[in-house]
Design a protein around this ligand. Structure first.
Ligand SMILES: Cc1cc2nc3c(=O)[nH]c(=O)nc-3n(C[C@H](O)[C@H](O)[C@H](O)COP(=O)(O)OP(=O)(O)OC[C@H]3O[C@@H](n4cnc5c(N)ncnc54)[C@H](O)[C@@H]3O)c2cc1C
Ligand SMILES: *[C@@H]1O[C@H](CO)[C@@H](O)[C@H](O)[C@H]1NC(C)=O
Ligand SMILES: *[C@@H]1O[C@H](CO)[C@@H](O)[C@H](O)[C@H]1NC(C)=O
Ligand SMILES: *[C@@H]1O[C@H](CO)[C@@H](O)[C@H](O)[C@H]1NC(C)=O
Ligand SMILES: *[C@@H]1O[C@H](CO)[C@@H](O)[C@H](O)[C@H]1NC(C)=O
Ligand SMILES: *[C@@H]1O[C@H](CO)[C@@H](O)[C@H](O)[C@H]1NC(C)=O
Length: 529
């Protein structure tokens, strides 16, 4: 099992080699040629479907040649407004590369489309479908496994202009949003009505991408993950067909649940253009506590026992001494923290409930050698502490030296296996001798490793790869999963195969082929043809 592709494309041939073109066609070439090419009427475009293209039986997809790509860009410009399509170099770079992603493909998209409506997305898909152009949806761009990157080039669809709350049904406790609504802005708007959306991944994440990765966050231990909060979606399929998966009730036994097909599919089955989300009631009282332990094992054992006792904590996060050092140095909080293994707790509910839960947790922590049990003094410190946790990855990135990179990855295992997995992983990280931290959503059996390494040092990079690989393998041995919340993207395809086996992967592949026979939707991610 190799977690990283050995070449820049983990599998399949490159577009260039399929086209027998002697040189790869670059973005610049396409842009230049686009400028030369005459514009083609939109009406014509949708008739021009007669490319001799691969059939769906063929296992390797064939994508548009540069010339066709130019025609397509022209048609897109004619169909949408001129400014809806960008081929600006910086724009292409910012959509194909992420400083925090574990993997970055070396190719960039050829153009970025900025649709304003579902109908425009459908038009984009129709044109891309006619010309066999890969489509890569892009919302907040905060995901960590290179899923929004464009290893086969193609067109990135950025929802920047689809950032509206379409409808808010206060009494039904649901909201209909466009993909580029940020979960943090949404909560800002909902709070006066006493409601909130509890799924909290990276601070800059947006609902479309959150559906894409079926993300979670610190609140998941109480509220569940993205998959639990999506009622229905409007999706544009590879050929431009627009579908709605359900209606608005919170439950329905009406047919297959196509909503769940899109949640976590990383844009490989369709483009989600509207989402109906459930909302939760804001708790009356919230309290945040920080508890320190002599070892990670003590901290993990406490977490396990808190879960097993059924204490309804709102969140429970583990951070090792390295991560506490990062928090300390980041200056996100005014107070300085002990640089030792630590659990962050959030308690929420009624006043009496919160009080009772704190007592119960204190007792369990005490039986596992807890040292300090400190509460955030006020709302500001509560927020500071939580944001220190949420920005942990950025804080780590901020400490990078010139040529260093951070490899950040997540796994999840059944709860009872967690203390052991954390202990072994921690030991291996220490042996690696690099600046590396462990932190995690421990109540869900989910944790992350972040390792800083010198990207120019191939030996070091290989050692890190091996270490991450070993952690994933160990998680699988413990009946766990290769990713609890970040997704598969480009880098974990082989791990997914090891996790599920060929039969299950083949069912996924059949589903993919049924919905996207030409393999146009975010190709290169999750599974290969
Ligand atoms: C500091 C930091 C902390 C983080 N903490 C967490 C955490 O606690 N928990 C967690 O789960 N994740 C976490 N993440 C990862 C990230 O925030 C999540 O993966 C999030 O769901 C990504 O949302 P996005 O809008 O940025 O998606 P993007 O990166 O834009 O896209 C994610 C995927 O979805 C696809 N996609 C995007 N839009 C659509 C659409 N409209 N239709 C179909 N597919 C689409 C993309 O092609 C891509 O495959 C963290 C990231 C950072 C940087
Ligand atoms: C998607 O890609 C982004 C950016 O590379 C990455 O950060 C994120 O984790 C990926 N998500 C999945 C589900 O692969
Ligand atoms: C949910 O379903 C209703 C009824 O079919 C539909 O009108 C609405 O647009 C859907 N919402 C989303 C976000 O797809
Ligand atoms: C369908 O799946 C979605 C996403 O996983 C989930 O949130 C929803 O509750 C499911 N709907 C039904 C009716 O089961
Ligand atoms: C936290 O950081 C401060 C400032 O960098 C440092 O002086 C202090 O020693 C650190 N705290 C601990 C307990 O190590
Ligand atoms: C590391 O590699 C980059 C190119 O990837 C190069 O620009 C840089 O100078 C190298 N740094 C060192 C210290 O070798």
């Amino acid at each position: 099992m190799n977690l990283r592709p050995t070449s820049r494309l983990s599998s399949g041939r490159t577009v260039e080699s399929q086209n027998h073109s002697p040189r790869p066609w670059t973005t610049r070439q396409v842009v230049l040629l686009t400028a030369l090419a005459g514009s083609v009427a939109c009406a014509l475009s949708l008739l021009a479907t007669s490319f001799e293209i691969n059939s769906s039986r063929q296992s390797e997809p064939t994508y548009a040649k540069p010339r066709e790509m130019i025609l397509a860009i022209d048609e897109l410009r004619a169909c949408l407004s001129d400014d809806a399509i960008s081929t600006d170099d910086d724009d292409l770079r910012s959509h194909g590369y992420s400083a925090w992603s574990t993997i970055n493909a070396e190719r960039l998209p050829v153009a970025i489309a900025y649709p304003k409506t579902t109908e425009e997305v459908s038009q984009i898909a129709k044109i891309c479908h006619n010309y066999r152009i890969p489509m890569v949806p892009y919302s907040g761009g905060s995901s960590l496994e290179a899923n929004f990157s464009a290893p086969f080039g193609g067109i990135t669809i950025d929802f920047a202009f689809m950032d509206k709350i379409v409808a808010f049904h206060k009494d039904d406790m649901d909201v209909v949003v466009q993909p580029s609504v940020s979960w943090m802005d949404l909560n800002e708007q909902l709070k006066d009505d006493g409601l909130f959306f509890p799924v909290d991944p990276g601070p800059t994440a947006k609902i479309g991408g959150m559906v894409g990765t079926s993300c979670s966050g610190t609140n998941a231990v109480r509220y569940g993950t993205m998959k639990d909060w999506v009622i229905n979606v409007t999706a544009v399929l590879a050929d431009g067909t627009i579908i709605k998966t359900k209606r608005r009730p919170r439950k329905s036994s009406a047919g297959y649940n196509l909503t769940s097909l899109f949640v976590g599919s990383e844009g490989t089955l369709g483009i989600v253009t509207e989402i109906t989300l459930k909302l939760a009631v804001l708790p009356q009282e919230t309290s945040v506590a920080v508890v320190t332990f002599p070892t990670m094992r003590d901290a993990a054992a406490t977490a396990f026992q808190v879960m097993r006792a059924g204490i309804p904590i709102a969140a429970m996060e583990i951070m090792d001494e390295v991560q506490m050092n990062v928090v300390n140095r980041s200056g996100t909080t005014t107070r300085k923290w002990k640089e030792v293994p630590t659990l962050f707790f959030k308690f929420a509910g009624t006043k009496a409930g919160v009080h009772e839960n704190i007592g119960l947790v204190k007792r369990i922590a005490g039986s596992h050698n807890s040292e300090e049990f400190k509460f955030a003094a006020d709302e500001k410190e509560r927020n500071d502490l939580w944001s220190a946790r949420k920005q942990a990855l950025w804080s780590m990135l901020a400490l990078r030296e010139k040529d260093s990179e951070v490899w950040s990855t997540d796994v999840a295992v059944p709860l009872s296996r967690l203390p052991e997995l954390i202990e072994i992983s921690k030991k291996e990280l220490d042996e690696l001798g690099l600046f590396a931290s462990i932190l995690g959503h421990i109540g869900d059996g989910n944790f992350h490793e972040s390792i800083m390494y010198d990207k120019n040092d191939t030996k070091q990079r290989e050692a890190v790869r091996k270490c991450v690989h070993a952690m994933v393998e160990r998680a699988l041995e413990m009946e766990g999963t290769c990713t609890g919340e970040h997704g598969i993207g480009l880098g974990k395809k082989e791990a997914l195969f090891a996790e599920l086996g060929p039969e299950t992967i083949n069912v996924m592949r059949s589903l993919k082929r049924a919905m996207d026979p030409h393999w146009l939707m975010n190709p290169g991610k999750i599974i290969d043809p």
